[in-house]
Design a protein around this ligand. Sequence first.
Ligand code: NDP
Length: 342
Amino acid sequence: RAPHKRLGVAIVGLGRLTLNQILPAFSQSQLARPVALVSGRPEKARAVAAQYGIDPAAVYHYDEMARMAENREIDAVYIVTPNGRHRDHALAAAQAGKHVLCEKPMANTSAEAREMIAACADAGVKLMIAYRCQYELLNLETARLAQSGELGAPRIIHATNTQVHGAGDQWRIRAALSGGGALPDIGLYCLNGVRTMLGEDPIEVYAQIVNPVGDERYAEVEETVSFTLRFPSGAIANCVTSYGAHECKNMEIRLEKGSLELENAFAYQGQRLYVAQLRDGREQMSEIRLAPKNQFTLEIDHFADCVLNSRTPHTPGEEGLQDHILMEAIYRSAREGVPVKI
Ligand code: NDP
């Protein structure tokens, strides 16, 4: 392979995330480029292909993903369809011999996540889950500081991801396509975020679910989840996610000798990191500033680097599986009203 070759990616699903974030992020990538599209709407796909200089012959329907095996321009796929479709699309891509980058949540269940890991391993292709915050620079700096010992040990984390969900019958409120409500969609950022900040996995979860009475949007999936995670180090995380509360995407870590506040931790942009530190008995406040970079581009470039240079992704399928195991424990705790050991 020529050293300058960029990874050729087929994007699967032309919804909001693909059109508004992912395709624009590719234009800033040095290592990857979109070379094919997979969509249920051929006319729209052809228009998007023309806009991004993609060969119109490289537009596929979901049923035709096996044909991608014949297209040597396609090295990998980026799956951006509803959660309940990820497993089938990942299996189809692996069978066609293509590496897989898959949006979060990885699937609907841990069983599906395991099938995806096995299929990619059998096919000898890489599997990465698109946990964009793990590639965002101020999130990385927060995790580094939390684990460095400079502020003592982390004791308490608060993570909030809330937004007000519009009306309408979309896949996010249909359990078969979403696997759940606010938890897998946006609460996952709290869950994965606190695991990343602490660099360890919880040993116990305790959760409560609240749904507005009589609201048909929440007949199949949940609106609000509050969950507590207890970690082996003794740290405790309080997380809350909701489709029904004014937007907040912040994370706060209280350590023995200071605190870290990451504003807009889970947003596409606008992260701000404030550090409070005890020095000689006095509290000093500072803000850490870094030149912002598009986190989708950083994530795509990491995936491309892993494929092109035979490296293991920082967020492999096992990372997605672990979150599914934890989300299943969160649902069980809420259902049974008791803490659940992992
Ligand atoms: P949209 O509803 O905007 O788009 C989903 C697309 O999937 C559709 O446009 C359609 O593409 C395709 N699709 C295939 N099968 C179906 C189906 N049965 N019902 C509906 N659509 C279908 O969703 P998003 O773009 O917001 O989300 C897509 C994925 O990305 C999800 O897994 C979500 O969790 C994840 N996501 C991640 C974010 C992040 O920050 N990392 C943010 C937002 C979403 P087509 O018309 O081309 O067939």
